[in-house]
Design a protein around this ligand. Structure first.
Ligand SMILES: Cc1cc2nc3c(=O)[nH]c(=O)nc-3n(C[C@H](O)[C@H](O)[C@H](O)COP(=O)(O)OP(=O)(O)OC[C@H]3O[C@@H](n4cnc5c(N)ncnc54)[C@H](O)[C@@H]3O)c2cc1C
Length: 321
């Protein structure tokens, strides 16, 4: 069984930032990533533009040069690939961490491919792996997706987009612009308040002019092969449908933390209990970094404002070595 002083779980931007700091501090580490490098970003829509400007997505002090102030997904993939190559980071891709158990003073880490021991663990697993389900009949049909990707696929088809936060609004506008007939189904009474300020007028005007149909205060009741039932304030409406894009958000895998004994707050947020200076959890030697630190509140932390976790954590690990 291989012993690695520090195992970082998750090869997203913040897991990479932790690895860079570990390398700078001379701490032997490995990142274990269950899929491709920066897997969450890889699964973002192909045309997606970050709301952050590129310098706010930088890690390890490496400049992020992009064509426009706010970079696109493919530019971010290029950037993080270059960072990994230039620091020669140790990363095991397509290997999922399944269990972490404390055995006396060490952690036993079981993955889909191997078993390791480690002195310290950093968990940087993000929040993009578990979508919030609609929980309605027909949600498991192949025409339903929780991960919208490319608008061309939907050209000249009847598309329902569920949700009116940034992802839903982007999907509705992009697919409509490629010729889809788009209906938005929105649980609330208006377009989400956090929708990017430069996008909001676009969606509001498309709805006002009738180019995109919107049902507010409405929910999906049932999805069938060729149609969908919608609960609206005016009663049940059935519309023709080819595809459903459920842009209903994602939640972090808190069960993974609970299995390791990490204590969470008792309220609905289930925020992991952390030392604010070191990001150490209630389990000595397990640290959290990135968006996972916010528990169910996934809007509080993002790349921009969680890059700093890496420095705090590695500083703490270095001091106790
Ligand atoms: C559409 C969209 C646009 C966004 N735009 C911005 C923006 O402009 N600016 C910004 O700052 N933030 C933005 N965010 C948020 C940002 O992408 C996330 O906050 C960021 O990815 C968090 O980084 P992370 O490293 O904590 O988690 P992630 O990037 O999610 O990385 C976690 C990694 O852990 C891996 N993993 C999970 N479980 C395991 C396991 N058991 N074993 C091994 N590996 C595992 C995952 O595959 C993933 O690669 C956006 C998010 C979305 C959805």
């Amino acid at each position: 069984m291989q012993h690695i002083p520090l195992i970082i779980i998750g090869g997203g931007p913040i897991g990479l930032a932790c690895a860079i700091e570990a390398k700078k501090a001379g701490i032997d580490y490995v990142i274990i990533e269950k899929s491709a490098l920066v897997n969450s970003l890889y699964h973002y829509p192909v045309n997606m533009t970050f709301f952050s400007t590129s310098e706010r997505l930088e890690i390890g002090g490496v400049p992020f040069v992009s064509n426009n102030p706010k970079p696109k997904r493919d530019e971010a993939l290029e950037y993080y690939r270059r960072v990994v190559a230039s620091f020669d980071l140790h990363i095991k891709l397509f290997e999922e961490v399944q269990q972490v158990t404390k055995v006396v003073n060490l952690f036993e880490v079981i993955t889909s491919k191997d078993t390791y021991t480690a002195d310290n663990i950093i968990i940087a697993t993000g929040f993009y792996d578990i979508p919030y389900l609609l929980d309605v009949p027909g949600e498991d049909l192949p025409k339903v997706t929780h991960y919208y990707n490319d608008p061309h696929y939907y050209a000249f088809r009847d598309v329902i987009v569920v949700g009116a936060m940034n992802s839903g609004v982007d999907a509705a506008l992009e697919t409509w612009r490629k010729g889809a007939r788009v209906t938005l189904v929105i649980r609330g009474a208006e377009i989400g308040t956090r929708v990017k300020y430069w996008v909001r007028p676009d969606i509001e005007n498309r709805i006002k002019e009738g180019s995109i149909k919107a049902y507010f205060n409405s929910t999906i009741k049932q999805i069938r092969e060729n149609e969908v039932d919608i609960n609206t304030p005016e009663g049940l409406v059935t519309i023709k449908n080819d595809f459903v894009i459920a842009a209903t958000g994602y939640q972090p895998n808190l069960q993974f933390l609970k299995q390791m004994g990490v204590r969470l707050s008792n309220d609905a947020v289930e925020a992991p209990v952390l030392d604010p200076d070191t990001h150490e959890t209630s389990v000595k030697g397990i640290y959290l970094a990135g968006v996972i630190c916010g528990g169910m509140n996934t809007h509080r932390l993002f790349i921009e404002n969680s890059r700093e976790h890496a420095v705090k954590i590695i500083d703490a690990i270095r001091k106790q070595m």
